[in-house]
Design a protein around this ligand. Sequence first.
Ligand code: XBP
Length: 257
Amino acid sequence: MSDNQSLKLRGIIFDVDGTLADTEEIHRIAFNRTFQEFDLDWHWSEEKYVELLSISGGKERMTSFGSTLQTKFRTEKAFQTLISNMHKRKSRIYRQVLSEQKINLRPGVLRLIDELINEKISLNIATSSSLENVDTLLKYNLGSEWRKLFDVVESSDTTKEKKPNPAVYKNVLRKSSLNVEQVVAIEDTQNGLMAAVLASLKTIITTHPMTSKNIFEESCLVIDCMGEPNRPFEVVTGKNFGHNYLNLSLIEKLLNQ
Ligand code: XBP
């Protein structure tokens, strides 16, 4: 493809948990505190949580775990009511712990967001978690006006289907009127990758300890983080075109490879 025919990047769709920030450990802490409050002898170790992350959505994760334990519940409705009540409580605990621990964005995220804003690239979010959870994380890291930086923020509040279902990405594309060929998704899990790929999006993966064992075959680049000039990323798979951190130039090269 000659230069004048090369695709210009028009938009980025960010996943949240594990991509913008290392929040899954905070989710895990919140789940376990909730199980204690509800007098359940459930406890998710780090190892167990890595396994359970193959299920997107906190409610879906607890439902799957609870049903495998054949835990005695009076009726299916009683079980679902318990799960719903536990998830409401867990989400409050999550936001409280997130604020207490002052969780920052992962390496390179703020730098990339600044560059994309300066280059007038559309920023969007596609997450299986709630808007309130996203708000707590981004209010602290990007300020109270963070929402104005993003064109579309799609969460579990507006898309019920969870990744790997592509609905959350398709809804961002539909609401943003972006051309899918000029958009790149950034994810951290196999489910997230599948959701983005099924929405016909080129996808970059940034790994972390909870997901590094995942297989990311369909990703155009797998790196250990977005990197900084003084903290180069490590390339797991894919071509980095000589770049040592994720920036607009590298993303456009990936879009056109
Ligand atoms: C990650 C998820 C979420 C969180 C838990 O979302 O799958 O379910 O693990 O949050 P994403 P909730 O990677 O799409 O940002 O309990 O609110 O679901």
